[in-house]
Design a protein around this ligand. Sequence first.
Ligand code: GLP
Length: 243
Amino acid sequence: MKIIRTKDYEDMSRKAAGVIAAQVVLKPDSILGLATGSTPIGAYKQLIAWGRAGDLDFSEIRTFNLDEYRGLTRDNDQSYFYFMRHNFMDGAGIPVERTDIPDGSEPDAERECARYDAAIRAAGGIDLQLLGMGHNGHIGFNEPADEFPKGTHCVDLTASTIEANKRFFASEADVPRQAYTMGIQTIMSARKVLVAVSGEDKADIVYKAFFGPVTPLVPASILQMHPDVIVVADEAALSRCKL
Ligand code: GLP
């Protein structure tokens, strides 16, 4: 695991974008695994700017997103589909056909999760998976549990995740209670993983995830076992770690 310490959120965003840009330059037809949340927004902005300046070409990439709320249609402005179009895909000029994300409007969870895993496999697997991290150590929507979930599956969101994500909705009651998410095995199968973390409020979980025991109670801790992980974190997020 390589940890890159950055000054602040802006610096973290530029450096995380730099890792993604390097991947795309070295392999223009990369399969990228992408993430939502507020953390990667700055990196997406930077990538769009490099694309517009002609320094990066996204025309051959394909993307798979980590997760989606169950029950939201793609045109719902709280769906992760909508988030990705708005924060990255439209600006980077990536057509819908080159992107995939679990379909939250598909009521048959088993069918949709099986379709998603098969699509990732058929694409040849993910070259670089970008991750943010929840306050309880969740990655994607893999919440703390007794065991590490494997493939894409349907989850019940924990009270703390509903609480953390309610800021994007009109009220807590509007936050969906379930989501479809890549499993830990799906994430661990990516050839390279990039974790972006920022802020003092993540300092405890960063310490537990990367310096504590590997346990499904802290889902991100499994990343300690991955052979190629880069963590890009700002000083505030690393404030509990002695580096
Ligand atoms: C959501 C997403 C995660 C994301 C997490 C942290 O729960 N499913 O993929 O990492 O939020 O979000 P933020 O970056 O806003 O702290």
